[in-house]
Design a protein around this ligand. Structure first.
Ligand SMILES: O=C(O)C(=O)C[C@]1(C(=O)O)C=C[C@@H](O)C=C1
Length: 364
């Protein structure tokens, strides 16, 4: 293909200017619609909820279906994610608590899910995120629940046992770890590496191969690891891009996780029961009596109704009633008759059953 000459370039830029004008006008028109949606919602209900996870999932899925390139569908959906985030902020700025400090993967997940117009507030612990949402100090919370390499995050599951909050959504984040240093670090003298224990576990083979003798110091988060290396010339941190940017660190090695598909799933928690979006998941916590065949009895109705189980976790119970508790995720929504039928059956067989929520399957 021949190179465009100066005249072609200026014609193309004129066209881009024209299109930008059209896009600007259309986004403004869309934002005006969202503002009117807010008025309609408040007119019918003074306590109206502005954030609608099922509608957002539908909008993003539709964009991905309609997209014909040349931009990738995920890329296009990310652009619309930000447009919707700005529209929602116009209706009501949404406040989100996440497992902090600033720069963690959980903050990255919160922004991926709600977009950059959300107000995100770091919390020191998972139960603090739950408490802030329960107290009404924030609208939603974001907590990690499972990692594809390291498994479940027990703290999050345990917090659900005592909470009345609902799961309103999920978001899956590809986790890329990097070895990071400060400007003052002597790269060939690194004798100590800070990170979160989960991150050390996810990068174990790489560390054994490249830094077998460095001391591995576990800290409360990757962002905290990044903060600590700022002042130590012989230390490095394992953390993600957000933490690297926040503390101005440079990459010594990129994507050092042992598994290239390393991802973490996060849950959005709130007070809302989310209607069907068309592709949903439901999460339950179930206690069974301690007797032979209990697990079979629990799972059999799902199999018979051909409901796809996506996760099953067992946790020790903390009270007499909750002898054994099972956390179950499956494809489907509580409002679907076949799901309601299964739950009726399971309820009869279980000693306790709590629905944690039905919510749209993660889109991005
Ligand atoms: O459809 C709505 O209920 C809206 O408020 C509009 C809109 C959007 O921008 O499309 C904005 C926020 C909601 O979370 C969902 C969708």
């Amino acid at each position: 293909m021949s190179k465009p000459n100066k005249q072609d370039l200026s014609l193309l830029r004129d066209r881009i200017d024209q299109l930008d004008g059209d896009i600007l006008r259309l986004i403004s028109e869309r934002a005006e619609c969202a503002r009117q949606v807010a008025e309609t919602k408040t007119a019918s209900d003074p306590d109206a909820v502005f954030y609608r996870p099922e509608r957002e999932a539908q909008v993003l899925r539709r964009v991905m279906e309609l997209n014909q390139g040349p931009l990738d569908s995920e890329e296009m959906a990310r652009l619309f994610r930000e447009i919707m985030s700005a529209c929602l902020a116009l209706e009501q700025p949404v406040k989100v608590a996440y497992l902090g400090p600033e720069g963690t993967f959980t903050q990255q997940a919160a922004l991926k899910h709600f977009g950059e117009s959300a107000i995100s507030l770091p919390m020191a612990a998972i139960d603090e995120v739950f408490r802030e949402v329960e107290a009404g100090a924030v609208n939603y919370g974001v907590v990690p629940v499972e990692n594809s390499t390291e498994g479940v995050i027990n703290h999050t599951l345990d917090s659900f046992m005592d909470s009345s909050l609902h799961i309103c959504g999920e978001v899956v984040l590809r986790i890329h770890h990097h070895l990071l240093v400060a400007d003052t670090t002597l790269k060939d003298k690194v004798s100590r590496i800070y990170s979160h224990p989960q991150s050390f576990a996810q990068c174990r083979k790489w560390l054994d191969a490249h830094f077998p003798h460095a001391e591995r110091v576990p800290v409360s988060s990757n962002a905290e690891a990044a903060r600590l290396v700022k002042s130590e010339w012989h230390s490095a941190a394992i953390a993600g891009d957000m933490a690297a940017k926040l503390y101005g660190l440079t990459h010594v090695a990129e994507k050092i996780e042992d598994r290239p598909d390393n991802s973490t799933r996060f849950l959005i928690i709130g007070n809302q029961q989310v209607p069907m979006s068309g592709a949903d998941k439901t999460s339950l916590v179930v206690a069974m009596r301690n007797q032979p065949g209990a697990l079979h009895d629990l799972l059999e109705p799902f199999h018979r109704h051909q409901i796809d189980l996506t996760r099953l976790e067992t946790r020790p119970s903390r009270t007499g009633v909750w002898n054994y508790v099972f956390f179950i995720d499956f494809a489907g929504h509580l409002d679907e008759p076949r799901v309601a039928a299964v739950l009726d059956e399971v309820r009869l067989r279980a000693s306790e059953l709590k629905v944690l929520g039905s919510y749209p399957q993660g889109v991005l």
